[in-house]
Design a protein around this ligand. Structure first.
Ligand code: P6P
Length: 334
């Protein structure tokens, strides 16, 4: 049971019994994410002070300039997860292919795999807008003792055993679920401890905020255009408020607390949308559903999509259940 102001460490220990089939590795995995988040938070918070901004000169598989903090965060999470000998494989937005992690005994007998977006929204860093880390955890499906394969990573989101995000904002928070609801922990930077500040987070069934990049309006499918006009109409409890930070974690976090919908649809430019199924949409959809919200690609439940590629993109409609269902209605009628 979540008790306000409990530390994250106490919470993990008290809820260890909920992790079926796990003799502590999942707890240790969450603990290693907690540590890596502190390390990244320290760098993000001083990004404006040192010459850590600016492109590292490389571009990642997405063809995007890699900001040095992207690279730093990626390395911090991979190193922490590797050193703790808990996972047998990692996939990251910043890595073209998945990484096999062999234990010191070289026996590949760790049972979990992790997929991460180490620093989502990183283009916001040099304008001092909040960014985030997103993580998704599965049990491997190939036999223990053998090297992980792509099959271990291409599991549908409904097989996740844990997922969460860190938001590096006005305060730094870890929000995660292991399948028993969603809890939010806020970092006290003075002592480096996370405290349970948002126990048992719920997505309000209704909301009055819609988050979409309306600059792409002309490229949207007709159903999305019609839904946006519905949000803007003077009728009943509308018009809604438009809020778009350009950082999925931040828009999701606000919508989960206040109610709202986030949409990144397919467009004529990006026929599958922009967001990545495995390490952006699946973990956020898992959290949304754990909090009573909903997530689809406009018609199909995100968590039921069978992945076919590590970096595949899907259209993403996520948030308050009634708002997502209304948007899906417009998509189906168009
Ligand atoms: P656009 C950040 O790059 C990201 O993946 C999400 O965090 C964010 O919501 C979206 O893309 C912003 O994309 O095209 O609106 O700038």
């Amino acid at each position: 049971m979540a008790k306000k102001n409990q530390t994250l460490g106490e919470f993990i220990i008290e809820n260890q019994s909920e992790f079926k089939y796990s003799s502590g590795e999942l707890s240790r995995l969450i603990n290693s994410i907690r540590l890596a988040a502190k390390v990244v938070n320290h760098e993000v918070n001083k990004a404006g002070l040192v010459d850590i901004l600016g492109a590292a000169g490389d571009t990642n598989i997405q063809g995007e300039d890699q900001q040095k903090l992207d690279v730093y965060a990626n390395e911090a999470f991979i190193k922490t997860l590797t050193n703790r000998e808990i996972v047998c494989g990692i996939a990251s937005e910043e890595e073209d292919d998945f990484i096999t992690i062999q234990g010191r005994n070289k026996k590949n007998d760790n049972k979990y795999i992790v997929l991460i977006d180490p620093l989502d929204g990183s283009s916001n860093i040099d304008v001092n807008v909040s960014v985030g880390t997103i993580f998704s955890v599965y049990r491997r499906v190939t036999p223990e003792g053998t090297p992980v394969t792509l099959e271990d990573f291409l599991q549908p989101g409904n097989r996740q055993v844990a997922a969460g995000y860190i938001v590096y904002g006005t305060s730094t928070m870890i929000v995660y679920s292991t399948g028993h609801g969603v809890n939010g922990f806020t970092l006290n930077p003075a002592i480096g401890t996370y405290y349970l500040s948002h126990p048992n987070m719920k997505f309000p069934e209704d909301g009055h905020i819609y988050s979409v990049n309306e600059g792409n309006y002309v490229h949207f499918p007709q159903g999305v255009k019609n839904y946006i006009k519905y949000c803007q109409a003077e009728e009943g409890d509308r018009p809604y408020t438009s809020r778009y930070i350009g950082s999925l974690v931040s828009d999701f976090h606000r919508n989960m607390i206040k109610g709202g919908i986030y949409i990144y649809p397919n467009t004529s430019k990006d026929p599958n949308g922009k967001l990545r199924l495995l390490y952006e949409c699946n973990p956020m959809a898992y959290l949304a559903e754990q909090g009573g919200g909903k997530a689809s690609d406009g018609s199909q439940r995100i968590l039921d999509i069978q992945p076919t590629a590590l970096h595949q993109r899907v259209p993403f409609f996520c948030g308050s259940k009634n708002m997502v269902e209304k948007a899906e209605e417009f998509m189906q009628k168009a």
